[in-house]
Design a protein around this ligand. Sequence first.
Ligand SMILES: [Zn+2]
Length: 135
Amino acid sequence: MNMQTDIKAKLALAGIGPTKQRLALAELIFREHDRHFNADELFTESVRAGCGVSLATIYNTLKTFCDTGLLREVVVDATRTYYDTNASRHHHFYAAETGTLIDIAGQGVVLAKLPAAPEGMTITDYEVMIHVTRK
Ligand SMILES: [Zn+2]
């Protein structure tokens, strides 16, 4: 299966209509496994690749891909949101100096106990972010 067939199948499986712009962005996003990036980086790549999409389209597409489980959103703080092509639950190291997310492999984090969810709520997901800096 070539990359474009693969990407089309991936979008179809997620129930996403294969518009030209979505296909172009999906090709950029999923050409590497386990990749972390932010919207600005994707925008720069899309300009370089001649996709001709606006930053608004980038944000809309990223939201669609997150809503349908193709991507995972990783919010570091109010000004920094990253997107992760590994949409399964995993944890991260975050190096603020370089703005880099690094996957924590396998069972690297073991939580002995989760708190009870607030009244009337249930826990649907959780993730651990460990902040690191150069020694
Ligand atoms: Zn990750």
